[in-house]
Design a protein around this ligand. Structure first.
Ligand code: AVJ
Length: 329
């Protein structure tokens, strides 16, 4: 499977038993070496989000060209009452890839007596602080962060007494980062986990390629900096010697595949070293860093049906840029 956002391989790769007793190789280090050795070269977008990358992503969300975040927030805000009616009282919310726990507040404000909130994220650092702030603002809500990879079969804590249905929350069109087969696998997993409840999911829609192109090629170059930050991170954490001026941000819409592709293109022939290893780039050779799939409303609903959901409601903005779906499980 090429370029998974979240690794589907459940077996942690151990260093060979006769490896010298040196510093453990990080997951990022393994992924970068394997990604540079492979063809086509590729690194998972999950590695974008170190502290600097997360800050750059927050700046992307503020850009005039990057419509998804503000459009989704607008839909959640405008339709909160209707969404809450579908979800019902006493819900237990499970958020996949929770990050800074901001979007869920719109939901919590609209729901009738939400009981418990389980934000799942691979990175535990952000999670505890964000959970503490949420507890302070919602004293009636039990907030139980779970540090886990949510593409793996997951055991959730037993339902609280008197709990209503279990509701998944997966905003931000993160589903679009998966390959189609991975997206189906994730939705199948979610359908099993949320049986009796449902999934509230936000996905970006297919639209005028010019708008898509602009959203990933902003005038201020923030998206370019976000993409190149991967190389800066490799230099900092792995001691790589990427020349950031020797690579260019390349993002384009692949219309037949309905996805934005992001790559880093080598501007000249060059050799990059990481420790003992050398990786030769031809001029123009690319390193793939992200897919961002776009969906039609019908396409997402058909995918959801294949995964075992019953699509029950969909909300979009007036310009039909973005969609939020309630999928009953
Ligand atoms: C948060 C993964 C949905 O694909 O639009 C923004 C990340 N990449 N600009 C997206 C991103 C480039 C974003 N997702």
């Amino acid at each position: 499977m090429r370029n998974p956002l979240f690794q589907l391989d459940p077996v942690p790769r151990m260093p060979p038993r006769n490896a010298p007793d040196s510093a453990p190789v990080s997951e990022f280090g393994r992924a970068v070496r394997a990604g540079l050795a492979g063809r086509p070269r590729s690194i998972s977008p999950k590695f974008f989000y170190d502290a600097a990358g997360s800050q750059l992503f927050d700046r992307i969300c503020e850009l005039p060209e990057y419509y998804p975040t503000r459009t989704e927030l607008g839909i959640l805000e405008a339709r909160a009452g209707d969404i809450a009616a579908h979800i019902g009282p006493n819900a237990e919310i499970v958020e996949f890839g929770a990050g800074s726990l901001t979007k869920v507040r719109l939901l919590l404000d609209a729901l009738e007596t939400p009981r418990r909130y389980l934000p799942i994220d691979i990175s535990g650092e952000h999670l505890e602080g964000a959970a503490a702030r949420l507890r302070a603002d919602y004293p009636q809500l039990a907030v139980q962060p779970i540090v886990a990879d949510y593409t793996m079969p997951l055991v959730l804590p037993a339902a609280a007494p008197g709990a209503g249905s279990r509701v998944g929350f997966f905003p931000g069109s993160t589903l679009g980062n998966f390959q189609p087969d991975e997206a189906l696998a994730f939705l199948q997993l979610a359908a099993r986990l949320l049986r009796g409840g449902g999934l509230l999911i936000g996905v970006d829609l297919v639209k005028d390629p010019a708008l898509l192109h602009a959203a990933y090629n902003d005038a201020d170059g923030v998206t370019a900096a976000f993409n190149l930050n991967l190389l800066r991170r490799a230099n900092e954490e792995l001691g790589a010697d990427f020349d950031l001026a020797g690579f260019a941000h390349a993002a384009f819409y692949n219309a037949p595949r309905q996805r934005i592709e992001m790559h880093l293109a080598s501007l000249r022939p060059q050799t990059v070293r990481i420790g003992e290893e050398a990786f030769v780039f031809e001029e123009g050779e690319t390193l793939h860093t992200e897919y961002s799939h776009k969906f039609t409303v019908d396409g997402l609903r058909a995918l959801a049906v294949r995964a075992g959901f019953r699509p029950a409601a969909v909300w979009t903005d007036p310009d039909r840029l973005f969609s939020v779906h309630w999928l009953a499980a």
